[in-house]
Write a protein that binds this ligand. Sequence first.
Ligand code: SPV
Ligand code: MG
Length: 277
Amino acid sequence: MAAHNPLSAKIVAETDGFDAIWASGFELSASYAVPDASIVSPSIHLETTRAMGEVQDLPTIADLDTGFGNAINLAYAIPRYQAAGVAAVVIEDKTFPKDSSLRIDGRQSLVSIYEFRGKIAAAKDLGSMLVIARTEALIAGLGQEEALKRALAYADAGADAILIHSKQKAPDEMISFCRAWPRNGVPLVVVPTSYPQLSFEEISRLTDGKVRLIICGNHSIRATVAAMRHTFRQIVQDNGIAGVEGQIAPVSDVFALQGDAVMRKMEKKYLPEPSAP
Ligand code: SPV
Ligand code: MG
């Protein structure tokens, strides 16, 4: 499940049923109210990813987009994300600066297979986390043959898994790619934002079990936006805050998410009463 800050990561972790945090570039960009187009600075990206890991224990999958430039930029980034404690990184074969895959008429240009293999090699050489190589061939409209060619080359270059992204409203091209994928030893990853009609079980069944990771790419920020809008409108409409009281989290819940229990223990231990010896 996607997260965009430590609070959302913590809420993902406390929801029984998710295996990992998706430190989504789309969500992080949206949380700064800027496009998902390599605009958020790498230092904010790294710091937010690190801070997400600090408050909960699920593995974090870092969305490194294009790797902040070429293979050299990525080579410098990888040890920093390793030190930040991430379990896996996703790198995509778009040119830097990237544009959002979901954007209608977005700028979708891809680097050469040769160049992207260098990025996979850098990520594998300089870190020990899993490297998920993401091809945007279907997003760029290049078709299944190109997507398979790229994905096979990325698997040969050492990628631990392949993320195949599609923004078609029907899941057909994703399913077709997965069925044609010949490397059962290299699992596939999907982000079903555009084809939400399939359950996770259906995705697994329709892809012959080759999809082993399903990323809910933006459901944390979209839930947040919808909830805030609803609450704010009602407050204005009611000309008061009483009406939303039963719909929003109690302050005690927010205290709990802030780790109040831990601070109380520390207070007892490290802040003795003035009268105590
Ligand atoms: C993200 O969540 O940042 C992703 C998935 O990369 S998508 O927005 O669908 O490209
Ligand atoms: Mg992204």
